[in-house]
Write a protein that binds this ligand. Structure first.
Ligand SMILES: Nc1ncnc2c1ncn2[C@@H]1O[C@H](COP(=O)(O)OP(=O)(O)OP(=O)(O)O)[C@@H](O)[C@H]1O
Ligand SMILES: [Mg+2]
Length: 420
């Protein structure tokens, strides 16, 4: 039995933050990391909720026997991570620590991997076994893979289950998986990715609060971008609001955060942009010099990419507006209730605070009571001495305002002037 290079105690202490559900997610990610499109979770429990069987299967490329030792041996230095150090802008590979497969000990005594991989024209299969008492050991390296008619993929069977029951799975698994995987299933919906629990596909669409599909076209270059805007009911447990760029085959080429950072307005969104234009595109500057044929690759300075960026920013601005309005209104109410604004505040001051909160909610995000009072009094002073017009340049020196935001401020000042 080959040893993993760390003691069982060391492994368990490194993995103490794991709960059964987080662990289940690790096995699912391992399937997706291995290019699976379908993950199946199957369990059977008796009437007391005791789990009689529990398996997680994927249709990924399996674990090549020749590479088993290399894949299962080095701890905390997952191969996937080494290969993908520079790929934090891609979702395809989740694994990075080289420990996910060991987390089963938090809910089961044993884990058995039955894996099928392709070797030349044949499919071969063998088993790997690990148990919680000796988690630094595993079998499989000396196994002789057998020919099989089964399709490629890996099935992990957990036995000696504790800390998980059929009832708790029934109650919590779907909710947990939605928060963890809904964005990933949406991202890969063009490729029909799914997670199937006891025969029922995880209904990731149920987490969608708003969906809008549109198509924009950059006339000059005749580039077409298909946009899917999704707003989520709930915050994802592991993914921020992002833009995802997909190629013609709906494969993700790159992802990056949308400009909306401090999201105190619960505006959780994902935007997928699909175009054949991204079949060959240098998202990183260095990719151009490295191995991209510059004539083929689009770049961020292309007029069509800049057109796309503008359209996306505009889309988000429109979609976010009602959230900002609600946020600003709540803020004004809070300021009045907490006597930050005088009990009978000047209409101009309330309006100024509300508009500012709509334009730059970040300004108000983490202020304590004194800071709130200070900001309010300063604004009041500016208003009273007719110097509120200074605010645009003052603000601009702190946060960059786009032309639309500047225009909104101007409008506010004009409105204030009319109230005088
Ligand atoms: N279902 C699977 N299909 C194919 N290969 C797998 C599967 N499960 C594990 N592996 C292989 O075993 C390796 C170790 O898996 P493990 O989950 O421990 O680490 P990781 O996924 O690389 O990193 P992380 O700790 O973030 O999960 C993986 O890198 C992968 O090569
Ligand atoms: Mg993993």
């Amino acid at each position: 039995m080959p040893k993993i290079q760390i003691t069982a105690k060391g492994i368990k202490s490194a993995l103490k933050k794991y709960t059964p559900y987080l662990s289940i997610a690790e096995y699912i990610w391992n399937g997706f990391d291995a290019q699976a499109s379908e993950i199946k979770i199957d369990y059977v429990s008796d009437e007391l909720g005791n789990l009689e069987s529990f398996t997680i299967s994927d249709n990924g490329y399996g674990i090549d026997h020749a590479k088993l030792q290399e894949k299962f041996e080095p701890l905390f230095e997952s191969k996937k991570a080494l290969e993908n150090k520079l790929k934090k802008n891609q979702s395809a590979i989740h694994g990075k620590n080289g420990i996910g497969r060991l987390t089963f000990f938090c809910f089961a005594r044993n884990a058995d991997w039955k894996t099928v991989f392709k070797s030349g024209e044949e499919n071969l299969t063998y088993d790997i076994y690990a148990n919680a008492e000796n988690i630094n050991l595993y079998t499989g390296v000396s196994a002789v893979p057998r020919k099989t008619q089964l399709p490629i993929g890996t099935q992990v069977t957990f036995t000696g289950i504790h800390g998980l029951s059929g009832f708790s799975l029934q109650e919590k698994l779907v909710e947990f998986l939605l928060k963890e995987f809904a964005w990933f299933l949406a991202l890969n919906s063009g490729r029909n990715f799914s997670i199937i629990i006891n025969g029922a596909a995880l209904a990731w669409e149920s987490l969608i609060a708003e969906r809008e599909e549109s198509q924009i076209s950059h006339e000059k270059s005749q580039t077409i971008f298909k946009l899917t805007y999704l707003r989520w009911n709930e915050k994802s447990s592991n993914e921020a609001s992002r833009y995802y760029y997909l190629d013609e085959q709906y494969c993700e080429k790159w992802k990056e955060a949308t400009a909306i950072k401090n999201n105190s307005q619960q505006f959780y969104h994902s935007i997928f942009i699909q175009s054949s234009y991204f079949n060959s595109f240098a998202f990183k500057k260095s990719a151009l010099q490295e191995n991209q044929p510059p004539l083929l690759a689009g770049t961020r300075s292309d007029s069509q990419f800049r057109f796309l960026q503008k359209s996306l920013a505009n889309l988000l601005r429109i979609k976010r507006r009602p959230f900002l309005k609600a946020f600003a209104q709540e803020l004004a109410t809070e300021y009045t209730q907490k006597n930050i604004l005088a009990s009978d505040p000047h209409e101009k001051l309330t309006l100024t605070i509300q508009t500012l909160a709509e334009i730059q909610p970040r300004l108000f995000a983490s202020l304590n009571l004194e800071q709130k009072k200070f900001l309010t009094n300063t604004l009041n002073l500016l208003l009273q001495s007719n110097q509120i017009g200074q605010l645009t340049s003052l603000l601009h020196s702190i946060v960059e305002l786009n032309p639309e935001e500047k225009a909104e401020l101007e409008e506010l000042f004009n409105h204030n002037a009319k109230l005088d």
